[in-house]
Design a protein around this ligand. Sequence first.
Ligand code: PLP
Length: 405
Amino acid sequence: MLLSSRVKGLTDSITMKLNEKALNLNDEGKVIYNLSGGQLPIKPMPEFIEKIHHQLNFLKSYQYSPVAGFPNLRKKLIKQCTDSRALPAEIFEADYDCIISNGSKHSIYNVLGALLDPGDEVILLAPYWVSYPEMIKFWGGVPTVVKSNVFDAFVPAIDDIKKVISGKTKAIIVNSPNNPAGIHYSESWMKDFAAFLLENPDLIVISDEVYSEICYFDPKPSYFYQYDHTLLTRTVIIQAISKTLASTGLRLGYAIGPQNLISAMGKIQGQTTSGPNSLVQRALADFDFSLIENFLTPVKYHVRQNAAALREKFREANLGHCWYQSTSAFYFMIDFSRTPMFARFDNDRQDHSFTIADELLNQEGITVVPGTDFGVPNSARIALVIEEVPFLEALSKIVRYLNRT
Ligand code: PLP
């Protein structure tokens, strides 16, 4: 069958291939340490599950919701955003709105659909979340990548962003806390970014904040629009319950932004997926968001402990130059390019991320996500969420592999 050129332009996820192989190896009896996960390996808190149970009793939980989601929940999500970001209470009252979608990936897809014409450029800050470039291309846009490196803890320089602005630049996606780097951009970075935006008045910002609650080092994440509220007129904030409520499978995310953009997203949503899951929305509308902080406290403690263990292992193994202080979300990027193992590639300037991830799986039983899809060659993302004992075992194996010549 002849497929569309649009879909042919999409790349297959190489992670899927590795995951398939990991499953096969596991079936053959090999112990596999899965560090490739993008979700918390725990259930949500009982209070939220209880709300879902309760909503099972109502007919409305099984019927279509309004396209943009239930108004009471949208209002509640806007309030949650204003309160947690210390924004003036009335800031979103006029000219702004919220739309709830089937996960924040869906929200981002709709934002890009509402914004992009063919050829429009969208700036991505590497490392970036794997789906951004593919979604941009799907809508006919062109991703423009700003690089960063391990020495700067994967924080891109504002000056480098300035260099890629062109007459075709439409938007920039900022993801802080960042998947895959596991860091958030500092207050001073956000202030400089705000100043940069003021110099570029047509640039629209997609601020992907799905990990905003998962930060295990102070100061907590801040956002450019907190330093200049006028920037909200061209910002769309992306949020979700996937990470903060350990509910990736419930598929609920949302966007808060200028009314005309949100209503354009609603047009796309209305003609494609309709409104999001009614049952989960109703449970969420009835749920006390203030419980999330307590729920996440042990999670953050655990991630912080694993990050500290990683530092110790790398230090003991003379791999300190591959280490940086991760602070948020639950990931870490390993840069292979300065490890003994990498010498055999003779600095050939190729990206060997996949080969290395494949070897780590075959030789050590470790699954990681190759850095290629995050825009960082010769690296891999590991998740810091698995239990301490298997995590330490996995680390020993990674270190052994990295020091192998
Ligand atoms: N944004 C980032 C940075 C992510 O890491 C993810 C998921 O991994 C998403 C958005 C999408 O999450 P969901 O669609 O589950 O809300």
